[in-house]
Design a binder for this molecule. Sequence first.
Ligand code: AR6
Length: 161
Amino acid sequence: MIRVWQGDITTLNVDAIVNAANSSLLGGGGVDGAIHRAAGPELLAECRNIGGCPTGEARITKGYDLQARHVIHTVGPVWRGGDQDEDGLLASAYRNSLALARQHGLTTIAFPAISTGIYGFPPDRAAGIAVKTITNEAPDLQITLVAFDADTARLLTKAIQ
Ligand code: AR6
């Protein structure tokens, strides 16, 4: 089950919110910065102990001051024109996040539009990959695709239909 919701992912009361992180896992701008601000400094302390995360993989932490019980940190690809396996790496980021959720018995998961901000991935293409990967890998989980802006909400809704 997939739904689209427009707003700030840090406010959601779900088992896990997914963070569009970078491979250091030490914070950054965009949704990553918002999640660290809302979760509080203990999140960064836990992330420091993980020691990073390669592109396309995922790591899980507690949610601390967030409503969400957990944060699943994944690293999407930087868009470099499309011939550097960006599509495959973005699908891996979704797939590995869902696998981690499943291993921890989590059923309600919220994703931001991974890689479509600072990392420059074309948002329409990313929406298609997100919906296809979630439909194939997690038809049994309750997934919220979070759009921060109306354009992304429209693209995600179109991709589901
Ligand atoms: N809630 C939901 N979505 C958000 C929020 C929010 N609070 N804030 C931004 N977005 P980005 P990336 C949307 O740039 O492209 C960081 O510095 C945003 O509008 O956050 O994967 C990391 O540390 C866009 O649609 O992530 C990395 O270095 C989407 O989230 C790098 O940015 C993703 O935009 C990752 O870049």
